[in-house]
Design a binder for this molecule. Structure first.
Ligand code: ZN
Length: 253
C-alpha cells in the first residue's frame, strides 16, 4: 500500500519521501458526485465564499478587504492562485467541514489505515485533500484517538480532560465504528463495521448494506462475539453509533 520514492540517488534513508497510497481517497472522492461535493462545500461558510469568488473569476481580494476575516479564510486567501474550480478529477479536494470526520476515520481509524501516527496520517490526508488548518485537525484527531493512546501506555504529556483507557489484555475493551457511506459493492454493501480491540489493536471489518442498529448488532453478536467471545467493555468509537439502541436490541436476542 505504500511506495517509497527516493529524493536523490545518493540520499540517505532519512531523506526518503514517503508517498502514501491514495487509493482510499480516490475511491472516496469518486463516490461523490460533483453536485454532492458542491453542495457540501457551499455548506462550509469559509469555502463557500472562496468558491463564489473563484467561480466568478474575481481577482484576489485586497488585504484591506479581508483583514477582518477568519484565520481559515486568510489561509485560503494566501493560496489564492493555487485554488481552482474544476469539474472533474482533482489532485487535492478542498474538503468541507462536514466531511473531515469521514475522511479522517477512513485514513486513520480503519483497519487499512491502521492507526498510524500524525506524520503518516498527514501524508495520507494531504495526498488527496486540503483544508485550512488541516494539520491542526489531524494532530488533534490523532492525539484524541483512544485506541492510539490506549496502546501507548501511560501518557507522557497531559491530555487535558481526555479520559485515557489503559488495557492489559485482549477483549477488555473494544471499539465499534462505522465507515461510510462508501461506493456500493456488488453485494449492495455501503458501510463497513470496524471492531477494534484496544489491547492488540486487532481490527475486524465487516461489510454492511446499512448502518441500522439491527444490522450492527447482528454482525457484532453473530460474527465478532461468536468468534472472539464477549468483550468486557464496548466503546462506540468517535461516538458515531447509538450504543443504547444496540444494547436494547441485544437484550432482546
Ligand atoms: Zn488511532
Amino acid at each position: 500500500m505504500r511506495a517509497v520514492k527516493t529524493a536523490e540517488p545518493d540520499s540517505t534513508i532519512r531523506e526518503e519521501i514517503e508517498i502514501e497510497s491514495t487509493e482510499q481517497g480516490v475511491n472516496w472522492t469518486q463516490s461523490k458526485t460533483t453536485e454532492e461535493i458542491l453542495a457540501a462545500q457551499q455548506q462550509d461558510d469559509t469555502i463557500a465564499i472562496i468558491l463564489k469568488l473563484k467561480s466568478e473569476n474575481q481577482p484576489k481580494p485586497k488585504w484591506e478587504d479581508i483583514s477582518l476575516e477568519s484565520k481559515q479564510f486568510k489561509t485560503y486567501w494566501a493560496q489564492w492562485d493555487r485554488l481552482r474550480v474544476i469539474n472533474g478529477n482533482v489532485k487535492q479536494l478542498i474538503l468541507p467541514l462536514c466531511w473531515h470526520d469521514q475522511v479522517l476515520k477512513m485514513l486513520h481509524d480503519d483497519p487499512v489505515a491502521g492507526h498510524f501516527g500524525i506524520h503518516r496520517t498527514l501524508a495520507r490526508v494531504s495526498s488527496r485533500f486540503y483544508w485550512a488548518g488541516y494539520k491542526e485537525t489531524i494532530e488533534i484527531w490523532c492525539k484524541c484517538c483512544e485506541i492510539c493512546s490506549a496502546r501507548k501506555g501511560p501518557t507522557r504529556h497531559p491530555r487535558g480532560h481526555m479520559k485515557q483507557y489503559l488495557v492489559g489484555a485482549p477483549l477488555e475493551r473494544v471499539a465499534i465504528d462505522i465507515l461510510g457511506p462508501l461506493p456500493e459493492t456488488k453485494n449492495k454493501n455501503k458501510y463497513i463495521l470496524v471492531i477494534t480491540d484496544y489491547f492488540s489493536r486487532w481490527a475486524e471489518s465487516y461489510p454492511m448494506p446499512d448502518q441500522e442498529a439491527e444490522t450492527v448488532t447482528r454482525i457484532f453478536v453473530g460474527e465478532f462475539i461468536a468468534r472472539f467471545g464477549l468483550p468486557r467493555q464496548v466503546h462506540r468509537s468517535r461516538e458515531t453509533i447509538r450504543v443504547s439502541s444496540i444494547a436494547i436490541i441485544m437484550s432482546n436476542i
